[in-house]
Design a protein around this ligand. Structure first.
Ligand SMILES: C[C@H](N)C(=O)N[C@@H](Cc1c[nH]cn1)C(=O)O
Ligand SMILES: [Zn+2]
Ligand SMILES: [Zn+2]
Length: 495
């Protein structure tokens, strides 16, 4: 069984790495220009009327890969987009490959080309779809989530090609356009294309952020997500609140009470049984938290809160990474524009989600939520119509950090950033992570390049120019390290 000879891990760039890093530095403005072109496409996967933009974005990315010499296939995802219940089709998924040398390992990179909704009026300093550089920060929707990291990977691979250097590994790409909505259709696609992964050894995802603004990290776990719609309908159309207020059971009364029954002021979820299957914390696990750098003040300042729900680093990390949490996202159908509209909405849909952790079970969570809401609703003696549905069901993911690719990534980080990464989990969800593991059985690693203050899903999302450029360097170095570890020069075998 191969073991790592850690003594051979170095932090000094090799000759090849120096050439690559120099090329990347010299071409950084071209790389920023590509990011600007990608950010300009409003490839929002949440609003159905923008679905065409995702297909446009998929074609742009496919062209970038073809320009590298990759074989690119646009795979149609067969199923319709069910949550919308209309004839809304899903955008194609890119499967691409570059290099077929059976002597080399194959690394598959996953990324997504869709973004969360953003409007200037939400409080952006700049137009979200015009990449704008200020103080070394590149602002724009998708800059860090996830267009910047996808391009950093393409730029890393493109640098080998531009320098006429042999690619150290075979590279495959899976790029989708529905991640932010819960990766609709992707599970079927993976099952239908298992052959694509047969020669893949490592799957790399770069779709999350570091725990700190400056210190790099490698991620070995993410939470899953169960997202729900709770719909209450009281009448057939919106009503004048002066003409009807006081004589009907308003849908919003019921909905606000239902949403209020979900979580208390300390963040504890009030749905009976929800914590029953959560895995117990082990001593081994607690030991992993000790060396992690977590700066309370930096974390608070990044998001502008006065205090967190928890006071210690361990409690913060436990509740972010390995305990479930419930968030209320919004109410469709309720008036939310400036000013006051004296209306009684006829139908309102509350939207909330529960981040999932080992060993929670999605069907169990679904019935716990539905039963709880029905119970609360029945106590209100309301004649209104209640409908509860689970819209997203994504399982949590946890990796084996002893896998060789974690060592390759650690070495690459050491070379580029001159420090060891924090080994972290992440509170957010990348639905494909667990799907990959379950369907392909291949090793999955998350290799973030974005900083903690990047503002994913938020106003003024950004990626630092330095992170974007160093991202390309660290990915290139990672491919070289994978190749070195496979060549045997850094492997020892047990007798
Ligand atoms: C981490 C990734 N960049 C991301 O933002 N993922 C989304 C995926 C999701 C989960 N439910 C619905 N979409 C997230 O964690 O919110
Ligand atoms: Zn993302
Ligand atoms: Zn996201």
């Amino acid at each position: 069984m191969p073991l790592l000879d850690v003594s051979k891990s170095s932090s000094h760039p090799s000759d090849d790495e120096q050439k690559i890093f120099q090329y990347i530095d010299h071409h950084q403005d071209t790389f920023v220009q590509s990011l600007s072109e990608w950010v300009a496409v409003e490839s929002d996967s949440i609003q159905p009327h923008l679905r065409g933009n995702i297909t446009e974005m998929v074609k742009i990315a496919a062209n970038s890969l073809q320009a590298l010499g990759a074989t690119v296939e646009l795979k149609n995802v067969s199923s319709q987009d069910e949550p919308y219940g209309q004839n809304l089709s899903l955008p194609p998924v890119i499967l691409a490959e570059l290099g077929k040398d059976t002597a080399k390992p194959t690394v598959c990179f996953y990324g997504h080309l869709d973004v969360m909704p953003a409007k200037k009026e939400d409080g952006w300093k700049t137009d979200p779809y015009t990449l704008t550089e200020m103080d070394g920060k590149l602002y724009g929707r998708g800059a860090t989530d996830n267009k910047g990291p996808v391009l950093a990977w393409i730029n890393a691979v493109g640098t080998f090609i531009a320098l006429n250097m042999t690619l150290p590994v075979n590279v495959k790409f899976l790029l989708e356009g529905m991640e932010e909505a819960g990766s609709h259709g992707l599970e079927d696609l993976l099952k239908e294309n298992e052959g694509f992964f047969s020669d893949v050894m490592y799957i790399v995802i770069s779709d999350n952020i570091w725990l700190s603004n400056k210190k790099p990290a490698l991620t070995y776990g993410t939470r899953g997500n169960a997202a729900f719609f709770v719909e209450v309908e009281c009448c057939k159309k919106d009503l004048h609140s002066g003409s009807f207020g006081g004589i009907i059971h308003e849908a919003m009364f019921d909905l606000v009470a239902l949403l209020d029954s979900l979580v208390d002021s300390s963040g504890r979820i009030l749905i009976p049984g929800i914590y029953d299957d959560v895995a117990n914390v082990t001593n081994e696990e607690m030991k992993l938290y000790a060396p992690i750098d977590f700066n309370f003040e930096e974390h608070k300042a990044n998001i502008g809160v006065k205090e967190f729900l928890y006071k210690t680093k361990e409690d913060i990390l436990l509740n972010l990474w390995r305990n479930p949490s419930l968030s209320i996202h919004g109410i469709e159908g309720a008036f939310s524009e400036p000013g006051i509209k004296t209306v009684i909405p006829s139908k309102v849909i509350g939207k909330f989600s529960i981040r999932q952790v080992p060993n929670m079970n999605l069907p169990t969570v679904e019935s716990q939520v539905k039963e709880h809401l029905k119970r609360v609703f029945s106590k209100r003696n309301s004649p209104n119509k209640l409908t509860v549905s689970m819209q997203v069901a994504a399982k949590p993911w946890i990796a084996n950090i002893k896998n060789l690719q974690y060592e390759a990534a650690r070495r690459a980080i050491k070379t580029v950033f001159q420090q060891d990464p924090d080994m972290i989990r992440d509170g957010s969800t990348i639905p494909v992570a667990r799907m990959f593991e379950d369907i392909t059985k291949k090793s999955v690693m998350m290799f973030p390049i974005g900083a903690a203050d990047d503002g994913e899903h938020s106003q003024n999302e950004k990626i630092n120019r330095l992170n974007y450029i160093n991202g390309a360097k660290v990915f290139a170095s990672f491919l070289l390290e994978i190749s070195k570890l496979h060549s045997g020069s850094n492997l020892m075998t047990t007798s």
